[in-house]
Ligand binder design. Structure first.
Ligand code: CMC
Length: 396
């Protein structure tokens, strides 16, 4: 291999030093800035966690109020950005719109792009966190032909998103759906906290790699969104719902469990297993209870929910899954919760992107603030032909 180590997928290469998130896959430990995910989930709002990720510590009340003010102040979309959506056909995948519209922010905000100035970097970071829910909701509203809804300063981050998604001109979402509103906001807050960061995953590494060149920060986040889109990353919760639809009925679960165990069958149980967590996914343990709560209170019962719960029970008792330590991961539950909250399946990865934006910008800030930052430039193991001569066209 000459001077290089061959490490496809970077499974044993640390690409950077980071003080943001710590994971111990064997023990099922996840810490943001040293705080256990369980305690953050229990005690904090998503905005507190976003503040923690980018500032390094939890805010006191005054700091949080100021942060909320900064987010509210930057949450409204430029009117010209709305026109951008008209370029997309109504049935465009919302993640395709996200990549395009978030990337286009780089064409709107360039006066403050001297990213050697920490104040400018901070404005970019908070602007991203502020605008991403409005952009995400606009993707959905565009797909159903509904008018866009402005963010409101009297609502918190998650309430605001639900309001921008579902409110109608005469009523806001929270008034329409009183029976589930509190549970919906609580569940969303929890899911956003659990998905906010996960150290050097594919999308975060993409943001860092793009950012290492000094590229426009909004373009870097758009690159992260593109990386998140794949079914092996942020698309897993969407894949869980497709799988449940395919299984169809509780009676067919054993047939699909058998397929998942069959070495000659490429089928895998979506939402089970994890590359890093080999005993349990701490995020799944937290969200499982909320998932059961949301399903109990859902005003739109769906046979898919019964099927999901039966599949969970079945797999947790099956020897193959026990021996290989394959437990439901966070995305098994997140897809089911989103479905129960009335979020369309093709918006699931968009939900992930809203939450992960906090992590992406925290990593971008950490990297751009580090004087030792170098351009990311992996090497390769060349396996092509050795040097040869170019024949003129008439002799080939
Ligand atoms: N269903 C059935 N068998 C499985 C599954 C599954 N979901 N996952 C792993 N296995 C088996 C696999 O066949 C292998 O068997 P053997 O030892 O006989 O060869 C063994 O378990 C170890 O699997 P692996 O592929 O070496 O494990 P990995 O760490 O490379 O893969 C994974 C992790 C998440 C890609 C995989 O478990 C999987 O494909 N799961 C389903 C997709 C999914 O839910 N993805 C979302 C992950 S969470 C998202 C995030 O945090 O961003």
């Amino acid at each position: 291999l000459g001077y290089f180590t061959f490490d496809p997928g970077f499974v044993s290469t640390a690409s950077c030093k980071s003080a943001i998130t710590y994971i111990d896959g064997e023990q099922g430990i996840l810490l943001y800035r040293g705080y256990p995910i369980e305690e953050l989930a229990e005690n904090c709002s998503f905005l507190e966690v976003a503040y923690l990720l980018i500032h390094g510590d939890l805010p006191n009340e005054q700091e949080l109020n100021h942060f909320k003010f900064e987010i509210d102040d930057r949450a409204v979309l430029h009117e010209s950005l709305r026109v951008f959506f008209d370029g997309f056909h109504y049935d465009a995948h919302p993640m395709a719109m996200m990549v395009g519209v978030v990337g286009s922010l780089s064409a709107f905000y360039h006066s403050d792009l001297d990213i050697s100035d920490p104040d400018n970097r901070y404005i970019c970071a908070t602007r991203m966190i502020a605008k991403i829910p409005a952009i995400a909701a606009a993707c959905y509203r565009h797909s159903i032909g509904a008018p866009f809804v402005y963010p409101r300063v009297d609502l918190d981050y998650c309430e605001n998103f639900l309001n921008m998604m579902f409110s109608r001109p005469e009523k806001r979402f929270l008034e329409q759906a009183r029976s589930i509103d509190e549970t919906a906001v609580k569940a969303l807050n929890l899911l956003f906290i659990l998905h906010a960061d996960h150290e050097q995953n594919a999308s975060t590494s993409t943001v860092r790699l793009a950012g290492s060149t000094g590229a426009n920060p909004y373009a870097c986040i758009a690159a992260g969104i593109a990386a998140l889109w794949g079914p092996a990353h942020g698309g897993a919760n969407e894949a869980v719902l497709s799988m449940l639809k395919e299984i169809g009925t509780v009676e067919r679960i054993p047939e699909y469990i058998a397929k998942a165990k069959d070495k000659d069958d490429p089928f895998r149980l979506m939402g089970f297993g994890h590359r890093v967590y080999k005993n349990f996914d701490p995020r799944a343990t937290i969200i499982r209870q909320t998932c059961h709560e949301v399903l109990r209170q859902s005003c739109q019962p769906d046979p898919l929910f019964d099927l999901a719960m039966a599949l969970e029970e079945y797999a947790l008792q099956d020897d193959y899954f026990i021996e290989k330590k394959l437990y439901p991961n966070v995305d098994f539950y997140s897809g089911i919760i989103y479905k129960a909250l009335g979020i369309p399946v093709d918006m699931f990865t968009v939900m992930f992107a809203i939450a992960r934006t906090a992590g992406w910008v925290a990593h971008w800030l950490e990297m751009t603030g580090d004087t030792g930052n170098v351009i990311g430039r992996p090497r390769q193991l060349y396996v092509g032909p050795s040097q040869r001569e170019v024949m003129p066209l008439h002799r080939r």
